[in-house]
Design a protein around this ligand. Structure first.
Ligand code: PGA
Length: 244
């Protein structure tokens, strides 16, 4: 695992962007694994800026998002589809048919999960997967007591995650209780993983992920076994790993 503790959120975002940009310059038809949440917003801003400068483009790339809430229409501002359109897709040249996200409105979420997993396989797997980390050590919506062997599946959200995500909704009861998420097995199949963490609320989870026991109670701890993980965190998130 390669660990980078940088001075600021902006530096974190720029560093993550540079990895994606070099990936797309060297392999324009790369398969990108994308994430939502507050953490990757700066990364997407940096990517858009450099894209506008003409340094690279997304015209041959494909994308697969980590997760989506069950029961939210893509037009719902809290859906991850909406987030992705707003923060990235509407501003770059990634082709509509190359964008993949789990459909949270699917009549059969289970069938949707199987189809999504197959599409990732058919695309040749994810080349670079972006991840955030939850305060509870989740990655995607793979919550504590995760099944490490799961592929894309329907998950019930953890209380901590519902609390954390309530800030985006009018009321905590409006937060969906279920989501479709790539599983740990899906994530571990990515060729390269970039995990981003910003702010002191992530310090403990990050420490446990890197130095703790590999355990389903900290889903991200499985990343200790992946061959190519780059962690980029700011000083607050990296506070407990500084000098280790
Ligand atoms: P955040 O979420 O980027 O909004 O902190 C990260 C996560 O829960 O994976």
């Amino acid at each position: 695992m390669q660990i980078n503790i940088v001075n600021s959120y902006d530096e974190l975002s720029a560093k993550a962007a540079s990895i994606i940009i070099s990936q797309l310059i060297l392999k324009p038809d790369s398969v990108l694994g994308l994430a939502t949440g507050s953490t990757p917003e700066g990364l997407y801003q940096h990517l858009i800026k450099k894209y506008n400068e003409g340094i690279f483009n997304f015209s041959q790339a494909k994308s697969f998002n980590l997760d989506e809430y069950v029961g939210l229409e893509p037009t719902n501002p809290n859906s991850y589809r909406y987030y992705m359109e707003k923060h990235l897709f509407s501003k770059i040249d990634l082709q509509a048919e190359s964008i993949h996200m789990p459909n949270g409105m699917a009549a059969s979420p289970e069938a949707e999960c199987a189809a999504y997993e197959q599409k990732i396989k058919d695309a040749g797997g994810v080349d670079v997967q972006i991840l955030g980390i939850g305060r509870n050590g989740h990655i995607g919506f793979n919550e504590p007591s995760v099944d490490f062997q799961a592929t894309t599946h329907v998950v019930s959200l953890d209380e901590k995650t519902i609390e954390d995500n309530a800030r985006f909704f009018d009321h905590i009861d409006d937060v969906p209780k279920q989501a479709i998420s790539m599983g740990i097995k899906t994530i571990m199949s990515s060729k390269k993983i970039i995990l981003l963490a910003s702010g002191g609320s992530k310090a403990e989870a990050l420490y446990e992920m890197i130095y703790g026991k590999i355990s389903p109670s900290v889903p991200a701890s499985i990343l200790q076994l992946h061959k190519d993980v780059t962690v980029i965190c700011d000083e607050a998130a990296g506070a407990l790993i500084q000098g280790k």
